[in-house]
Design a protein around this ligand. Structure first.
Ligand SMILES: [Zn+2]
Length: 119
């Protein structure tokens, strides 16, 4: 996955919210990224720094990334476990685990500064 395009898509979503709120600045962004989402966190962070440098809306924004564990459910016995894809079930030893969560990327919350009404 391409982190720069993920950041660009996130920026557009935030911009829509900021415009809707009449906000001038974004101060904090919390993104949840699953460990199986295929996102390189350093690259994501780097792309975000580039965005900050280019876009005044994000110039004071602090990015927080919360990683989410991979949760798998066994196709055979229904046992749920966390961990990597491709591992056998801890309970019955079968290989047939399905991803329940951990491949998501979403904007969990943002903090905005709304404009000074005196200006
Ligand atoms: Zn099992």
């Amino acid at each position: 996955m391409h982190e720069a395009s993920l950041v660009a898509a996130m920026a557009e979503e935030i911009r829509r919210l900021a415009v809707a709120e009449g906000a001038q600045k974004v101060t904090r962004i919390l993104v949840r990224i699953g460990e199986a989402a295929g996102v390189e966190l350093e690259a994501f962070d780097f792309a975000f720094l580039a965005l900050k440098a280019q876009d005044p809306l994000f110039s004071e924004a602090h990015l927080e990334i919360e990683t989410r564990p991979v949760v798998l459910e066994c196709f055979f016995c229904g046992h749920r476990q966390e961990g990597e894809l491709g591992r056998p079930c801890d309970q019955c030893g079968q290989i047939g685990l399905q991803l329940i969560s951990g491949d998501e990327i979403y904007l969990a919350s943002i903090d905005l500064i709304t404009g000074d009404k005196n200006v």
